[in-house]
Design a protein around this ligand. Structure first.
Ligand code: SF4
Ligand code: SF4
Length: 213
């Protein structure tokens, strides 16, 4: 019948309008910004850098390997490596990013930087209220602005963050076991060297001519 679709649509609208007075499920309008819908755990916007502990600078997991910088499709990550080293999450001395900037006006939220990072150092944020009237400076975020704690990561992506923690804890066990084995081997070598009979200092020295003749 001609116009049947329009009539069905009007009926649905009327049903929802009348139903919205009695059923909360039919109230689909959200009074933003006073009201906000909870974000799904898998939602993402722009990347941030994860740090452990309470000091963002000391705790950054990033070791400035620059893999994300190379793989980022629109090339909006800019990293400078440090000249010195600092302990990483496992206590091993590592270089760190002296500069780590992301231009979020260029970032396309593809998450490739997260996928390629071998150190679980960069993750996707869910924050979306980032508008600014400073088109260039305001959207070029430096490492301090990008740094967010592991606790924050747990708040926005609890399942993923727990899996990452478990993975890092298992890696730490392996690293500690390797360090312990190396320390034991070094101690055994030192003990073996100490147990070796001392060779007299002049035993191998050539005797002066005429001595003992
Ligand atoms: S999300 Fe994609 S575009 Fe944005 S910084 Fe990461 S790799 Fe680059
Ligand atoms: S965020 Fe990850 S991939 Fe990027 S430089 Fe740091 S450690 Fe490397």
């Amino acid at each position: 019948m001609l116009g049947e679709g329009i009539l069905k649509g009007l009926a649905e609208t009327a049903r929802n309008f009348a139903g919205s007075f009695v059923s909360k499920d039919r109230l689909t309008t959200v009074e933003y910004p006073e009201e906000r819908l909870p974000l799904p755990e898998a939602s993402r916007n722009f990347p941030f850098l994860v740090y452990d502990g309470t000091d963002w600078e000391k705790g950054l997991r990033c070791v400035a390997c620059q893999i994300c910088e190379k793989e980022c499709p629109p090339k909006c990550i800019y990293i400078d490596k440090s000249k010195d080293k600092k302990p990483d999450a496992f206590g091993r001395p590592q270089i760190y990013p002296a500069k780590f900037d992301i231009d979020i006006s260029v970032c396309m939220s593809c998450q490739i930087c997260v996928e390629v990072c071998p150190f679980e150092a960069i993750k996707m944020d869910t924050q979306y209220e980032l508008s600014t009237d400073d088109r260039f400076g305001g959207l070029l975020l430096d490492r301090k602005e990008l740094a967010k704690s592991n606790e924050y990561y747990h708040q926005i992506h609890p399942t993923e963050a727990s899996e990452v923690d478990a993975k890092l804890a298992a890696e730490k066990v392996k690293v500690d076991a390797k360090a312990k084995a190396a320390a034991c081997a070094a101690a055994a070598k030192a003990a073996a060297a100490a147990a070796k009979p001392a060779v007299p200092a002049d035993a191998s020295a050539p005797k002066p001519q005429g001595e003992g003749d």
